[in-house]
Design a protein around this ligand. Structure first.
Ligand code: NDP
Length: 493
């Protein structure tokens, strides 16, 4: 058992009393020389790091990804090159809008972040429990999130802001169909599926690639809470989802998910009905069936929440050879925004923190110094490129090809510089309509959707705005629009 010391390692006799000049048994004057007291108080007021502006409330765990099927025809990614190969994983699942202290059963999209510590460096999957998203132009991302958070004056969540944003940016209708379905309130994180949303690329050493979307499906199946249950539990146990997954892992009841990809040839993408870089659209299963690549098992709780989960950072830009980004504008923007958020929240050397540190060897001597650098900082190695004194060596594959995640030869881009338009057309409602029909396959689900969404719209104080919301749903299906209107107005009258 180690003995108590100050942070510099010096043994100290007591930890429960300040040093005082005393007169008899009454109070005394504390002294500036009481280093223990000063350090204790000063550290306490610095204990909090900036909370994530989105995805603040989260559960986290460690686990293992296992390659279950031969994938070598579609990717050269090392973690997928042998059936049975296992890769350690860090997993963090969150709500999006509410703060770290909020109730985790609140209706929301759920973020699904994973760090795969592969033998060729880290690969981050920064996904959601829905296959689509509210916007497809990254300029709208901060606005979207502000409209889902607190009113700048009342400091309360505000249905007027929420619906005003969505009426003005109707490309989000497909995601709204997901959000107010039963899946907006999962019964547990173990019973939740997740999706890459974005299109990514699987690449091979010869420079060829396939477009892919990832699907992660719980072996326990999908299970959700009713709106009433989620509200009740939010009051009774605001950490219900965190506790459920922690307790399950602690008891050895390890949750398992199957991991699949949909695979599209680049040639098919050119003529496909849907723009595959539009994050408000899925690839229908019948066009692109799921193909299993692996399975994920969570089997270890964090030893400390702050160091393992709060200090974890995830970014879609963290990728390995064999895996590459697509031209989805949202993805491209996230590849900047996520590491930037980590630099702000954790500091410039956040990649050195134990939970973020690659398990593969790292040699990155052109990124050095900076606050809180606790590496050997590459000693006297050149800190400039092109050195003949100590030339840099580069990794090559078994066949002698250079390794690098973003190198793909068969992609040529030609175009004009213009604003990206997110004008909404009739076909933007087609997949939302498809989901409305999918909900109809399950008894009562459409009724619950109406109840969930009308329970929210009833808080919109402007009648004019409510009418616009009904029209938004009318575009999905006239009956749906009418049913929402009837249910909502009945709660207001
Ligand atoms: P399919 O009829 O082939 O499959 C429908 C899919 O919908 C299911 O595989 C299931 O995905 C998902 N689903 C089932 N119930 C619900 C629900 N209550 N809430 C949300 N999703 C549910 O459909 P398509 O592929 O042609 O897509 C039709 C609609 O299904 C889409 O508009 C989309 O919104 C939704 N969907 C499609 C996905 C896709 O990638 N194609 C993925 C998820 C939803 P899963 O088993 O993955 O949970």
């Amino acid at each position: 058992m180690s003995y108590y010391t100050l942070a510099e390692g010096c043994p100290y006799a007591r930890n429960d009393t300040s040093v005082q000049v005393r007169n008899g048994s009454g109070g005394g004057l504390v002294l500036l020389q009481d280093t223990q007291l000063i350090e204790t108080l000063a550290h306490f007021s610095r204990e909090r790091i900036p909370e994530r502006v989105v995805h603040a409330k989260a559960a986290g765990a460690y686990g293992v990804f296992e390659c279950t099927h031969d994938c070598t025809d579609i990717t050269s990614a090392s973690f997928l090159n042998t059936v049975g190969k296992k890769t350690e994983v860090l997993w963090r699942v969150s709500t999006v809008g509410p703060e770290s202290g909020s109730a985790d059963t609140t209706r929301d999209v759920h973020g699904w972040a994973m760090k795969l510590y592969t033998d060729q460096g880290n690969l981050d999957w920064v996904f959601n429990n829905t296959p689509v998203f509210f916007v497809r132009d990254p300029i709208k991302f901060p606005s979207l999130n502000r409209s889902h958070k607190r009113n700048p004056r009342t400091h309360r969540p505000d249905a007027n802001m929420f619906w005003d944003f969505h009426v003005g940016n109707p490309e989000g209708i497909h995601e709204l169909m997901h959000l107010f379905s039963d899946r907006g309130t999962p019964a547990s994180l173990r019973h939740m599926n997740a999706y890459s949303g974005h299109t990514y690329k699987f690449t091979k050493e010869d420079g060829s690639f396939k477009y892919i979307k990832v699907h992660i499906k719980s072996q326990l199946g999908v299970k959700n809470m009713s709106a009433d249950e989620s509200t009740r539990i939010a009051g009774e146990n605001p950490d219900f989802l965190l506790q459920d997954v922690f307790d399950a892992i602690e008891q050895g009841n390890y949750p398992v998910w199957n991991v699949y990809v949909q695979v599209m040839d680049p040639k098919e993408a050119e003529t496909y009905k849907w723009n595959i870089f539009d994050m408000t659209k899925v690839w229908p299963h019948q066009d692109f069936p799921l193909r299993q690549i692996g399975k994920l098992t969570l089997n270890r709780n964090p030893q400390n929440y702050f160091t393992d989960i709060e200090q974890a950072s995830f970014s879609p830009s963290t990728m390995v050879p064999g895996w590459a980004p697509s031209a989805d504008p949202m993805l491209q923007a996230r590849m900047f925004a996520y590491p930037d958020a980590a630099r702000y929240r954790l500091g410039t050397n956040y990649q050195m923190l134990p939970t973020n540190k690659a398990r593969a060897p790292v040699y990155c001597p052109f990124q050095r110094d900076g606050f809180m650098n606790f590496s050997t900082n590459y000693g006297e190695d050149p800190n400039y490129v092109g050195s003949s004194l100590r030339p840099t060596t580069f990794a090559v594959s078994a066949t002698g090809k250079p390794l690098g995640s973003t190198i793909t030869e068969h992609e040529k881009w030609v175009g004009e510089i213009s604003s990206f338009t997110s004008t909404v057309h009739q076909d933007d409602f087609e997949q939302a309509r498809g989901l409305w029909k999918v909900l109809g396959r399950e008894p009562g689900h459409q009724d619950r959707y109406i109840s969930n969404v009308s329970g929210n719209i009833k808080n919109v104080t402007s009648k004019e705005l409510r009418e616009k919301v009904y029209y938004l749903y009318h575009c999905v299906d006239p009956q749906l629009g009418q049913r929402i209107k009837t249910a909502t107005e009945a709660q207001i009258a």
